[in-house]
Design a protein around this ligand. Structure first.
Ligand SMILES: Cc1cc2nc3c(=O)[nH]c(=O)nc-3n(C[C@H](O)[C@H](O)[C@H](O)COP(=O)(O)OP(=O)(O)OC[C@H]3O[C@@H](n4cnc5c(N)ncnc54)[C@H](O)[C@@H]3O)c2cc1C
Ligand SMILES: Cc1ncc(C[n+]2csc(CCOP(=O)(O)OP(=O)(O)O)c2C)c(N)n1
Ligand SMILES: [Mg+2]
Length: 575
């Protein structure tokens, strides 16, 4: 029997740890690994067209499954292309291992063909990044990388020269044979008493929850019931918090609902749970702020905090609930809920078919998608206005999932994330809400859908512009520049790539075409000609007036109804 190579050992260790696929683009320095993948058949090689796609796809898989996902790039430019996607994975705190192949080990330091130093390049977007320079380091370095990605949640990079991958392995198998540790983390009893006291003394508490509330829905509902507290969520918390939630008052932030903003501003105590909501301006100035996060370093990062607690949401809330008294005052909750109903109604009205007139409202498209998608659909949304429509019009239900580049904010994320979603969830409906700018940026991977037969549905919000940026420019009082897109007919591009391609030009075409695409047994793309300036400018505000407080005006613009938010600015800003 042929001797095991380092590459074989790497593949064995990954397969044993449950890795089922590696996303990447092959290359000379990766030959040892791809050849081992081919021969062993334990792991699928997901051959994409751009390494950035590979990294985003791995990140999507890791987010959806909670398990380690893997991508790979060949030496120099190959793995350099991974970098933006890896930043996204790292900032979203999802466990991803990147295999960065390296030039021949005896050439390192000579300025050789394709030479880069991945240990430097990936240092900022990883918890662990090490070069394997001799077979004796394997599988230990690989296992440390995997353990680090899983336990610290983020990216690890193993840099492996092609020649070392092809050398004989010294060890023959994995060294670590235990399941991923899942400890419960709870504040001390004394700390829980302080937390309970602060909450019991408040009649007007608002909860701001985020992605760290995943898996603790029931505890969160019980908590809100006891505190009679409205629950505001941050974007990454949407899929875990919004559904079956009688305390839901929407999102806050630039894309948020005025009700989310008001519930935070008007509370006496703000209880932050598992959130790193980044925008300081939206936090209350005078409230007592309590924060629970499993990472101590997150406490007080975004606003001043009166008490910070280290704990995981589920364990902490379970321990806290028996110490809480029932709040008898529900005025704050009821007022917040009423505000939410109004805000929701206003947004729903904007999602009309515009009585059949062109151009199509993007809100209408998002609403139709929400209605027609399956109850366990996985959505991804591009950074740009598709993020706005996803936040406002996609309904989560505990089974649906929502992927985006929410923390890193990179364009072109949706299609690659859809690939990772479909690979890891073959039976599920996967829908990419793509911008026309975003789709074009990684257009090459449309070809992957045909090549690998992924039945992904790509819905293009075709507004012929970088509309989100155009909006930002308007809000900042500068003229739009460099935002125009001279687009092709994406449906024809899709057809040429072997996908079903459809174009909806009028509102009455939206529903039948989305239905046709969703029912199509294979990949499909629907481009929908949506209006470019949907979020209109408040009519009474001049560009001059906007300067200096553009953030607030941007919020005004993004409300979709300038009038309402001008009010908000007046009451909160101008007094
Ligand atoms: C164009 C654009 C516009 C955006 N506009 C908005 C907006 O208007 N409003 C908005 O909310 N967001 C918006 N975002 C997203 C925003 O940038 C952040 O990504 C988002 O607010 C963060 O959500 P989060 O706090 O839920 O998640 P994260 O930032 O991921 O924070 C999660 C926190 O939970 C902690 N945690 C994890 N697990 C646990 C656990 N088990 N127990 C306890 N703690 C845990 C983590 O340590 C972390 O601190 C926008 C993004 C884009 C691209
Ligand atoms: C890689 C990258 N480049 C630039 C930006 C800045 N940016 C944010 S949104 C956006 C426009 C996105 O355009 P499109 O995909 O067409 O979506 P739209 O807003 O038009 O719906 C740009 C250029 C970014 N976030 N990421
Ligand atoms: Mg666009």
């Amino acid at each position: 029997m042929a001797k095991k190579k380092v590459a074989d050992l790497l593949v064995d260790v990954l397969a044993e740890a449950g890795v089922r696929q590696i996303y990447g683009v092959s290359g000379d320095s990766l030959n040892g690994i791809t050849d081992s993948i081919r021969a062993k058949k334990q792991i699928q090689w997901v051959h994409v067209r751009h390494e950035e796609t590979a990294a985003f796809a791995a990140g999507a898989e890791a987010h959806l499954t909670g398990r380690l996902a893997v991508c790979a790039g060949s030496c120099g430019p190959g793995n350099l292309h991974l970098i933006n996607g890896l930043y996204d994975c790292h900032r979203s705190r999802v466990p991803v291992l990147a295999i960065a192949a390296q030039i021949p080990s005896n050439e390192i330091g000579s300025g050789y063909f394709q030479e880069t130093h991945p240990e430097h390049l990936f240092a900022q977007c990883s918890h662990y990044c090490e070069l394997v320079s001799q077979p004796e380091q394997m599988p230990r370095v690989l296992e440390i990388a995997m353990q680090t990605a899983l336990s610290r949640r983020g990216v690890s990079v193993v840099v492996l020269p092609g020649d070392v991958a092809l050398r004989d392995a010294v060890e023959q198998g994995s060294r670590l044979h235990f399941p991923e540790p899942k400890p419960s983390v709870c504040p001390s009893d004394d700390e829980l008493t302080i937390l309970a006291k602060a909450l019991n003394n408040s009649k007007k508490t608002t909860i701001l929850g985020g992605a760290g509330c995943a898996g603790a829905h029931q505890e969160l509902m019980e908590l809100a019931g006891k505190l009679q507290a409205p629950i505001v969520h941050a974007m990454r918390g949407k899929e875990f918090i919004e559904y079956d939630n009688p305390f839901d008052v929407g999102m806050t932030g630039l894309l948020g609902f005025s009700s989310g903003y008001q519930a935070m501003i008007n509370c006496d105590v703000l209880l932050m749970i598992g959130t790193d909501f980044p925008y300081q301006q939206f936090y209350p100035k005078d409230a007592t702020v309590l924060q629970i996060d499993v990472r101590g370093e997150q406490l007080g990062r975004r606003t001043k905090v009166d008490y910070g607690f280290v704990g995981d949401t589920k364990t902490t809330l379970r321990a806290l609930l028996p110490k809480l008294e029932q709040n008898q005052f529900d005025e704050h909750l009821q007022a917040s809920l009423e505000h939410y109903r109004k805000a929701r109604k206003g947004l729903d009205e904007l999602a009309s078919d515009g009585q059949g007139k062109k151009p199509i409202h993007p809100q209408y498209l998002a609403r139709v998608l929400d209605e027609l998608a399956t109850k366990d659909a996985i959505f991804s949304c591009d950074v740009g206005t598709p993020t706005v429509w996803a936040a406002r019009y996609l309904t989560m239900n505990g089974r649906r999932r929502l992927l985006g580049s929410f923390n890193h904010g990179s364009m072109a994320n949706a299609l690659p994330q859809a690939i990772g979603a479909q690979v890891s969830h073959p039976g599920r409906q996967v829908i990419s809400l793509s911008g026309d700018g975003g789709l074009a940026m990684l257009l090459g991977d449309l070809l992957t859908l045909r090549q690998l037969q992924f039945p992904i549905k790509v819905i293009v919000f075709k507004n012929n512009s970088l509309a989100f940026v155009e909006l930002e420019m308007k809000a900042a009082g500068i003229l739009d520049f460099g935002t125009d897109l001279q687009n092709p007919n994406f449906a024809k591009v899709a057809e040429a790539a072997g996908l079903l391609g459809l174009t909806a030009e009028t509102p009455d075409q939206v529903r039948p075409m989305i239905t046709q695409a969703l029912q199509h047994d294979g990949p499909a793309l629907v481009e929908v000609l949506v209006s470019r300036h949907e979020l209109s400018m408040p009519p009474t505000i001049t560009v001059e007036q906007m300067k200096g407080f553009s953030l607030f005006m941007l919020r005004a613009v993004l409300s979709g109804r300038g009038d309402e938010i001008i009010d908000l600015a007046r009451t909160n800003l101008l007094r």
